[in-house]
Each structure stands twice: as C-alpha cells, then as structure tokens.
Design a protein around this ligand. Sequence first.
Ligand code: AMP
Length: 413
Amino acid sequence: MRFEDYNIRTDIKRGIAKMGLVKPTDIQYKAIPNILNGEDVLAIAQTGTGKTAAFAIPLISMLGRKKRRERGEGIRAIVMAPTHELAIQITEVINNIARYTTIKSICLHGGVEQDPQIEQLKKGVDILVCTPGRLFDLNHQGYINLKRCEILVLDEADHMLDRGFKKDIEDIIRFLPQKRQTLFFSATINPEIKKLAYSLVSNPIRIQISPKDPISKNVDHAVCFIEMDDKRFFLERFYKEHEDKKILAFVRTKVRAERVVKAMERADIKALSLHGDKDQKSRTKALENFKSGKIRLLIATDVSARGIDIQGVDFVINYDLPEQAENYVHRIGRTGRGRARGQAISFCSEHERPLLQSIEEYIYQPVKELSIEKAEYLETIDLALGNSKRLDDLLGEIESLEEFRRKKKKSKK
Ligand code: AMP
C-alpha cells in the first residue's frame, strides 16, 4: 500500500509526496483508515513510529471535506502536546502535509508573548496545536472559540500527565462539544493513563504497536562500561572519530548538561545544551543549529528532548543512564526515525548498573555490551589528556618567550 492509493484528496497526497513519504509506517497503516471513518482511536505507539503523520493526514483530509465558506467561525481541531518543541514540530508536519490545501494551522505555546498569537487567532484558524497551559489561558480570556471543534488529538498523553497537565486537559475538555472525534496517543500505558483515555474517547479503535518490544527495529543499541569521571574523554573521542555525524547526548540534570558542554569546549568541541533552565529562544536556537548541522553535538535532558523529531541524528549517547527506564526508549527513539537506521550507546558507570538492570527489565531484553579493552580505555584518556597537555605546554612556551622578551627589553634600557 502506498499513500497514492489512499482515499484522500490529491492536494494532500501532493503534500505527502513533497515530504518524501511514499509508504505508510505501521501506525499510519493501522490508524489512517479508522480515523478517516470517524472512529475514536486509542493508540499506544512508540516514539519515532510516524505517529504525527498518522493523525495529521486524516485530520487534514477530514477538515478539507468542507468548503471554506461552509466552515464557519472557530477552531475545528485541537492537537494538544506536552512541550513547546513538540507542539512546534507537530505544526510543521501539519503545515507540510497541508501545504497545497486551504487548511490553516497555528501553534500556541507558553514562554512567548501572547499578543502575536491572538492576532493569528483573529485571522481564522482550522487546527490549533498547543500546550495545555497556554490554550487554557487564552480560552479563559475569551480568545478561542471551541464550540465548533470537531476533532481533539492528545499526543504523548503519558508525558502530559508526567508534566502535571491533567487538570488543564480536563478543564479544556469542558469547552469542547460532546459530539466530537478524539484521538489519544501515548507511548506507554498505565492505569492512570487508561483512566484519562477512557474519560475522553468513546468506543475507540485500539492500536498498539510492538507492545513487548518498545525499541524501534531501526535502532542498534549497546552499552559500554565507563567510569563517571572518564565519560567526557569517551564522548570527546567518539565525537572526533565520527566526523560529519550528528550526536545527541543525554544527561541526567541541567547542571550536568552545562558541565559537559564546558568539558567539550575544553577539547575544542562546540556543543550546545537543551534543558528547562534555558529560555525558549535559546532552546529553539540550539535545536535549529543542531538540525542545520551547524553544531554536531547537542547535550540534552530528558524533559527538553522528549518527542523531538530531529532529522538525521546518527547517534544517541546516554552519557548518564536515565533514572526512569521508560526514558531509555524515548531517548534512543531520537535516532532511527521513520525508515532510517540509528545507533545508541549508553555510558554506564559502576554506580549506574542497577539502572541498566531496570532498563533491561523494562525492554524485556539484555542490552548488548560493547567491551572496551583496558589498553583502549587508557588510550582514550591519554589521548584526551594529551591534547590538553600539549595545549598547556604551548601556553607555557608562550609565557616563557614573553618573559624572555620582557627581560631582553629591560636589559637594553
Ligand atoms: P514521529 O513518530 O511522528 O515523530 O515521526 C518520526 C519520523 O518518521 C519523522 O522524521 C517522519 O518524517 C518520519 N516518517 C513519518 N512517516 C513516514 C513514512 N511513511 N515514511 C518514512 N518516514 C516517515
């Protein structure tokens, strides 16, 4: 089956083709026909499976069925996402698919001024992609008319609950028509998520992608044992040995992210960090620079990078192992997107062995070990220290040269 064979409008097929998508992924194959039929959907889909297009294609197709003048005022579909970055990314996918249609989509998220967003709303919008908080604020201020909303999409619902958006979601739902189509996407399922899901959907089609093997088939993942203080040397070596490759490294905390950036700076490596203490502007900039290839190394924390789609991440490095096993899946899902292949390597210290064990339990399989020979381990440290030693020697030489010149000048006087 190819997208060309679907019962969707030609202008949408053109948008899909322009994005280079030809055949549907598993989740798209299962979800698109059901959504087009008007069914509610409850999908448990791992990250990187193509789930955005799985709801965006039928969403645009259904909204496009009505002519512009029959559409009336107000928002026609809401897509809620847990983070600014994910909301921006979803909007990009929707706008790309809808490129040749008259469907208009905008993104509303906090962390930026609301006036330009209000201006955009006034001009008329079909699909609103938003984080729950800003949607709630603008709705409360009377800028959003949800009476005609036909479709509600919740993306990464598990992450929304983690971020404490449950109440915002429930508050917004009260403003939506009872009769609507709801599409609920989550990477994981637990009793709390189930409860939220079943309070929103009615008689849904359930779609589950690879429940027992949550890791994308496109990702090779392995672990190597490296002591905490030595990790920076291995990251440095890895970076230098993989020219032209994009590396996304995950750390446990914001402070660690900054520290690793500094350590890389000392090794002449330009890296940027992505974490919650950075303002929206610098987060967007870091992502743009990484996406465009201006920098090849991005150091991120879990929250800031979840759900982010960056084309062409060659390697994910778990510089620190995640404390929650499910984040392992989210992290390594940042590579091997769509049909591309990717690789993930975890740097595990002695202390982190219990975390590795809970990851293996979570994914129902052992993580392959990449063993490092003692000689190679020492060589990596030597190489890194050697670089800075050479620099120290050089600085020392310059200093003594200047001292020599100063003395010479003095003696001439
Ligand atoms: P998502 O899970 O929506 O974040 O998508 C993950 C990645 O898969 C994105 O980079 C998409 O561009 C890519 N993708 C989505 N659908 C397809 C498809 N049918 N064929 C190839 N790549 C796809």
